[in-house]
Design a protein around this ligand. Structure first.
Ligand code: PHE
Length: 363
């Protein structure tokens, strides 16, 4: 007759000494498996006299229960210890400074267009502008008609529009938007003034050479309220240019121009120096055109269901790719969209440096 106390002590020691799941499983099989020591004891109950069974039954069953519990507890303890070990070894100290680029020469870079877009958003957000968006596939009435460009207007040809088959709802023709200005319409149709938004996004025109690609990027600005005038427009654009080109002063020139959706309209040039290898802003004798702007045409305001006697404001539109070329000295626009990794590594920006006015736009 096996000594139950001695067996229990032996099993307890072996359970305690099990260093991993495999060792513990071996003890379990040796004790509770089909031919295990405890199982054999249980089987022996069948051959005992009733009196003997009355004595041994509770003792052996009690042993089985305690061994089962001890194994389960040990299993849990092993799992806890394992988790603890992993938490220790895989710990990340989030208070450490970010690893500066290049932590991995193959790591991703931020495309100059995305970088400049983030910069624009940081600058205009600081002036109280929100960011609005619209679809690339636009209704022709939002892209043109409601912007005071009627169907036979020559400006439709000038925009080299990509027309799509099918309609964009209510019989409107679908076009790839030729500018971000339709988001002016979308915003005025759905929001009550005061409105103060910028709209960065993709735009499309059938045009391709060193400074034009069929897809390019614009940022639109729109302010509508009851008192905004041309002086606010000039101040806003001046503050923007100083912040964007990171210079204390910029000289700007507002040249009278024409857009169907603004009256009066102007094109804005900034003074620069192109005598060296790179363009310098805020000095020099050259002028560079950077954007179109004006006071929103009363007809456009009325087309959106707002009262032009009550509301007025300004709008501007600016090529983002062109801004990126100017600020970062990128010579060929087409390379922007070649997806050449060598180009991106050279001209791209670190993923860890978010432009902000407080920390600087580029570091
Ligand atoms: N949408 C015009 C363009 O693409 C730019 C513009 C926007 C001009 C807003 C005036 C006001 O050329």
């Amino acid at each position: 007759m096996t000594d139950i106390t001695a067996l229990e002590r032996d099993l307890s020691e072996r359970i305690a000494a099990s260093g991993d799941d495999a060792a513990l499983e071996a003890v379990r099989v040796a004790a509770l498996g089909k031919k295990g020591q405890v199982s054999e004891l249980l089987k022996s109950l069948g051959g005992m006299s009733p009196d003997e069974r009355k004595m041994q039954g509770p003792a052996i069953n009690g042993l089985r229960d305690r061994v089962t519990t001890a194994i389960a507890e040990k299993k849990q303890a092993l799992a806890d210890a394992d988790l603890q070990r992993r938490l220790e070894t895989e710990r990340v100290d989030v208070t450490l400074p970010a690893v500066p680029f290049p932590f991995d020469p193959g790591a991703g870079r931020i495309h100059p267009v995305s970088q400049v877009t983030d910069e624009l958003i940081a600058i205009f957000a600081d002036m109280g502008f929100g960011v609005a968006e619209g679809p690339d596939i636009e209704r022709d009435d939002y892209n043109f008609t409601k912007l005071n460009i009627p169907p036979e207007h020559p400006a439709r040809q000038m925009h080299d529009t990509f027309y799509l088959n099918g309609n964009a709802g209510d019989g409107a023709r679908a076009v790839l938007r030729t500018h971000t200005s339709p988001v002016q319409i979308r915003t005025m149709l759905t929001q009550k003034p005061p409105i103060r938004i910028i709209v960065p996004g993709r735009t499309y025109r059938s045009d391709s050479d060193q400074t034009h690609t069929p897809m390019f990027h614009q940022v639109e600005g729109l302010v509508i309220d009851e008192t905004t005038h041309m002086g606010h427009l000039k101040w806003t654009l001046e503050e923007f240019c100083k912040a964007f080109f990171e210079v204390p002063q910029v000289k700007m020139r507002f040249r009278a121009s024409h857009f169907p959706f603004t009256e009066p309209s102007a094109e804005v040039d900034i003074q620069c120096d192109r005598s060296g290898d790179t363009v310098k802003f805020g000095e020099g004798n050259d002028w560079l055109e950077i954007l179109g702007c004006g006071m929103v045409h009363p007809k456009v305001i009325a087309n959106c269901g707002l009262d032009p006697e009550k509301y007025q404001g300004f709008a501007f539109g600016c090529g983002i790719d062109r801004l990126a070329m100017l600020k970062y000295g990128l010579p060929d626009l087409r390379a922007f969209f070649d997806s050449d990794l060598r180009w991106l590594k050279h001209y791209g920006f670190s993923v860890l440096e978010q432009p902000s006015l407080a920390m600087g736009l580029t570091r």
